[in-house]
Design a protein around this ligand. Sequence first.
Ligand code: ATP
Length: 649
Amino acid sequence: LALFKRDDVDIKGGWKVGQPVPYAALAKAFSLIEATTKRLEKNAILTSFLLLVIQRSAKGDYNSLLQAVYLCINRLSPDYVGIELGIGESLLIKAIGESTGRSLSLIKADLKKEGDLGLVAMNSKNSQKTLFKPKPLTLPFVFTHLREIALASGHSSQAKKVSIITKLLAACQDFEAKYIVRSLEGKLRIGNAERSVLVALAQAAVLAEKERSGKKWSQEQLATRLEEGAKTIKSVYSELPTYDKVIPALLEHGIDGLREHCKLSPGVPLKPMLAKPTKAIGEVLDRFENKRFTCEYKYDGERAQVHKVEDGTVAVFSRNSEDMSKKYPDLVEQLPRASTFQGCIKETTKTFVFDAEAVAIDRTTGKLMPFQELSRRKRKDVRVEDIQVKVCLFAFDLLYLNGEPLLQLPLHERRKLLRDHFTPVPGEFDFAKSSDAESTEEIQIFLEESVKDGCEGLMVKMLDTDASFYEPSRRSVNWLKLKKDYLAGVGDSLDLVVVGAYYGKGKRTNVYGAFLLACYDSEEEAFQTICKIGTGFSEEVLQAHYDTLKPLETSKPRGDIRVGGAKPDVWFEPRVVWEVLTADLSLSPIYTAAQGLVDERGISLRFPRYLRIRDDKSAEDATGPEQIAEMYERQALAQNGPGKRKKGG
Ligand code: ATP
């Protein structure tokens, strides 16, 4: 509790209840957070800042806290609305030049030296002599202008963006320019992931309630309340991931009323439940011993969460909560034919959310096609009449039906409701094929059948009891994936972030010839290098990667990349995720992945092979060091018996 010192994060003179939050207060909190590497301290600073915002907001003002939280996670809207920053370096350099009167070449030289445009902007501002102190920036002013920049489109949008950024920068004092520029770049670099912001938000709400009510809690009681608050908000947010709804409910009903007022609602995509890998059928049977479970085909397509809202709108969301309705207008159009109650055309299902896989299909033969086919579809502005690659939806879970969230029902009940309220339409919609098999032989036969039918393997899911509830955002042991690759001894693929590249040789001189990949440690919020990869690419693919990655080039590795001994020719903003297979994992003095988990050295991939781009995953969804350490240990176990683990169990 001693860590929560509001005075530290307050600004000189503070600000009065009902006044807009000064942007300087947020910038100060950011700079304090950035200055420490200790997670507890970062958390305490953010909690204190959000507590101040709550206490100084007028009654009924939800916007101050909402905007503060959005700026802390560097977003301007919920994920699925997709209003994004990520302004290019050259535009920002231009605006810094215009607002400070410095030449572009000087700014570029500084950037080369510092590797951080935010810092360059701040230094350029602070060395500028000004006659008048500008009017202080406020949070609503900054927020509104950032949104305006993000939404600017059309042919004169670049000039408009530069002019707004110049105006913002002209009013900056102290640290402000640093964080405004970083926000604009789309990267705050203060080492605070969304998860930490959620925890701080819950803690601030608990502390505000304590002070308001004058309740006397012992240290222990308070610690319990803080912990429970964090748990509540995380679970509520994974079901309803929009601060636009969670924050007003939090301020209105307190942390204890949050669950009741924030439930899954059609139109807001929830964070999908994920599965754990297993490598043998025996492992499945061990895990689900004496429990009822079902095996479903694991289709090789793209995850699709389908929503029907009360006004009749149908929307399709990706694994990453991106709105894919424009990519799949055919699915939106097809759906009414499938959403009929027990096959009765007159009775269509009114509101729902179901979880499904969209799979490319040959409608003449009914054969499923691999993911590569699906990836040939355009991502945007697709017109139904132009669609070549047809898609069938395979629904495997029902999460919401006619006004009721179903997450807390056992899977077999959700499955029954799904089958009652929807009807298969050949080539367009079906239920995931399932078998409630019990023995190794039955599972083996079903697995082989799934592969023959063009699937990746099976998903094995708990059917009964509370272990079969739908767990948003969790990689749960109650869902196991059994891929054919694991059985062939290849192991699960990894999702890795491209952080650097090496120039090509021979035929490949005009493109990058090899790449540096990294995993993502969500605890440390850092990328750890893992291998160099140069195989598995066709000429065509290399060209496409070059086109995608070239604009992401940076002069230095970003501060949150743990480089180790890797020396690529160029660095990238960590954004692009690839799925990669490896023959083997080995310890390496060069790379930093999973360092300290099984050994002081990092873990590297031997003979990594490129499989495909994963544009449904963000860099923060990449495979983590724990998973890599687990894979390494399994392999070591298979080769030499149990090895030792240093940290993390
Ligand atoms: P992968 O790399 O295996 O696609 P992932 O990290 O995207 O993994 P996982 O939890 O590992 O997600 O695997 C589950 C994915 O498999 C789901 O996201 C979904 O897209 C797909 N899938 C296909 N069929 C099913 C099914 N019957 N039930 C659940 N998920 C399924």
